[in-house]
Design a protein around this ligand. Structure first.
Ligand code: GLY
Length: 435
C-alpha cells in the first residue's frame, strides 16, 4: 500500500488528495499544509513541511512512495530536483522545465524556436521597447503586456488606452508584479474562447487528458465584473465549441512541446497546462496563450472527479507519470459524463476577502456532489471557517452539463452549503448550456 505526500493548500490539492484517497493502492495521504477539507478527508492528514531539506527528510522518515507538487512556486524554486536527487519519486517539473511558467520570455522564445503557434510576440526590456512593440500590433488596445516571472495571476494586462498601458508598464518595470521587471513580453491581442488542456509527461512519453475545460475568470454572472483566480469551471466542452479538428491541432501542440522540451535537454515531467485560445483571427485554430507547469485551479476540481468516474485510478496515473512508466498507463480514449464546479468566494474577494466566517451545511449529503475546500481552516472549536478568497468549490457531476449544474447549484444556499455574504456564480457553463 502506498503513502503519498501532496504539497499545497488549495482546492486543487484537495481534489488531488480526494482522488488519491479513492485509490485502493493508497493507504495514507499527507498534505502539506492542506486545509480544513484535507484535514477531514478519508486517509488524509495535514502536516507542515517547509522547504526542500525538510521535505526530503519527511519523505525518507515516512516512507513516501510519491510526492505530488501542486503549486508552481516550489516547482520554479527546484523542489522536484531536490527530491529526485534523493531518489524520491516526484510528480512535478524540474526547475529548468518549470521556466515554461516561471519565465514568459523563456516560454516565448521556446515556442518561437519550435514553431508552436502563439500570438505575435516581442520580448522587451524597457518602456520604449514596449511602446514600439504596441505600435506594431496597432496600439495598446490591440496588445497584451505580460510580466516575465510569477505574479500570482496578476501579471497580464490588457490595456484599453495609452494611459492604462503606461500604468501597466510602470508596474511591470518597477518589479512590483514579479520582483524583476528587467524584461517582459508584449503580444498582439487575439480574440476567442479560452480553454484549458492538460498533458501528462514522464519526460519521454506523454498522454493528453482527453477533455478540455473552461474556467470563468470574471466575478459576476454573465462574465461581468473584475477578474479573479477563477469562479467556476466545467468540462468537457460541447463539440460545437471545440471540434475534433481543433482538438487534433491541440494534440499537435502537445506533441511538439513535449518533444522539443526533451530535445532541449529539459525533459518535461509532470503535468503541462496549456492555456489556449481558439482564435477568431485564425478561423478558430488554437494559439498558446500560456503554459503552466501544474494542474489548473479550479480545473482540477472537475478533471479529477471526471477521470475517477471514468474508471481512472488517480494514484496509478500520477505515479506512472512520475516514475517514467506512462507508456504502460491506459488513459481512457473518451470521457463520459460532465462535471461543473462553482466557487464560493468570500465577501470582498478579489481585492480584500474577509476571513473568519463559519461555513454551514458541509455535513449534509448532496446527491452527485463533491465539495473541495480552497481557503478554509478549523477554528479552536473545530468549526470550518473561511481563511481567504476562494473558499469552497462545489463540484456537480451528471450525464451532461445541465445535470451537473443542477447538482452543484442544489448544494448551495441558505438550506445547504453557505457562509455569510458569500459570492458565487450560479451560471457556470452558461454559454455551453445555452444552445
Ligand atoms: N485556472 C487558472 C489557473 O489555474 O491558473
Amino acid at each position: 500500500m502506498a503513502t503519498v505526500l501532496i504539497i499545497g493548500s488549495g482546492g486543487r490539492e484537495h481534489a488531488l488528495a480526494w482522488g488519491m484517497a479513492q485509490s485502493s493502492a493508497v493507504e495514507k495521504v499527507y498534505v502539506s499544509p492542506g486545509n480544513a477539507g484535507t484535514a477531514h478527508e478519508q486517509k488524509c492528514e495535514n502536516v507542515a513541511v517547509n522547504g526542500a531539506y525538510e521535505t526530503v527528510a519527511f519523505c525518507q522518515n515516512n516512507h513516501i512512495d510519491l510526492v505530488v507538487i501542486g503549486p508552481e512556486a516550489p516547482l520554479v524554486e527546484g523542489l522536484s530536483d531536490a527530491l529526485r536527487e534523493a531518489s524520491i519519486v516526484v510528480f512535478g517539473a524540474s526547475k529548468l522545465a518549470a521556466q515554461l511558467e516561471g519565465s514568459k520570455a523563456f516560454a516565448t522564445q521556446f515556442m518561437q524556436k519550435h514553431d508552436i503557434t502563439i500570438p505575435e510576440s516581442v520580448i522587451v526590456t524597457s518602456a520604449e521597447g514596449a511602446d514600439a512593440a504596441m505600435k506594431i500590433f496597432g496600439g495598446p488596445e490591440n496588445s497584451v503586456l505580460k510580466a516575465n516571472g510569477l505574479a500570482g495571476g496578476k501579471g497580464v494586462f490588457l490595456p484599453d488606452t495609452a494611459a492604462e498601458a503606461a500604468d501597466a508598464i510602470q508596474k511591470i518595470t518597477s518589479g512590483a508584479m514579479d520582483g524583476d521587471g528587467s524584461r517582459f513580453v508584449v503580444q498582439a491581442r487575439n480574440h476567442g474562447p479560452e480553454v484549458s488542456v492538460f498533458v501528462l509527461s514522464d519526460g519521454t512519453n506523454y498522454k493528453v487528458i482527453p477533455l478540455a475545460s473552461q474556467d470563468h475568470k470574471r466575478l459576476l454572472a454573465g462574465d461581468k465584473g473584475p477578474n479573479t483566480g477563477g469562479m467556476g469551471v466545467y468540462a468537457p466542452l460541447p463539440d460545437w465549441m471545440l471540434s475534433a479538428a481543433q482538438w487534433e491541432k491541440i494534440e499537435v501542440i502537445a506533441e511538439k512541446t513535449i518533444t522539443a522540451m526533451a530535445a532541449e535537454n529539459t525533459p518535461y515531467q509532470g503535468v503541462l497546462y496549456m492555456g489556449l485560445m481558439l482564435a477568431e483571427e485564425l478561423a478558430g485554430d488554437p494559439l498558446v496563450i500560456e503554459y503552466n507547469v501544474r494542474f489548473g485551479d479550479p480545473e482540477t476540481e472537475v478533471i479529477i472527479p471526471l477521470l475517477h468516474g471514468n474508471g481512472v485510478d488517480i494514484y496509478d496515473m500520477l505515479y506512472a507519470t512520475a516514475a517514467g512508466t506512462l507508456a504502460d498507463f491506459a488513459m481512457p480514449k473518451e470521457i463520459h459524463g460532465a462535471a461543473l464546479t462553482i466557487c464560493l468566494a468570500a465577501e470582498g474577494y478579489p481585492d480584500s476577502p474577509i476571513p473568519g466566517k463559519v461555513v454551514e451545511g458541509l455535513a449534509n449529503e448532496y446527491r452527485d456532489v463533491t465539495v473541495f475546500h480552497g481557503s478554509t481552516k478549523l477554528d479552536e472549536s473545530g468549526q470550518v471557517v473561511t481563511s481567504g478568497g476562494r473558499v469552497l468549490y462545489v463540484t456537480g457531476l451528471g450525464v451532461n452539463l445541465a445535470a451537473a449544474s443542477q447538482a452543484a447549484n442544489a448544494a448551495i444556499g441558505e438550506s445547504a452549503i453557505h457562509f455569510p455574504a458569500m459570492q458565487y456564480r450560479p451560471d457556470i457553463a452558461w454559454r455551453a448550456r445555452n444552445r
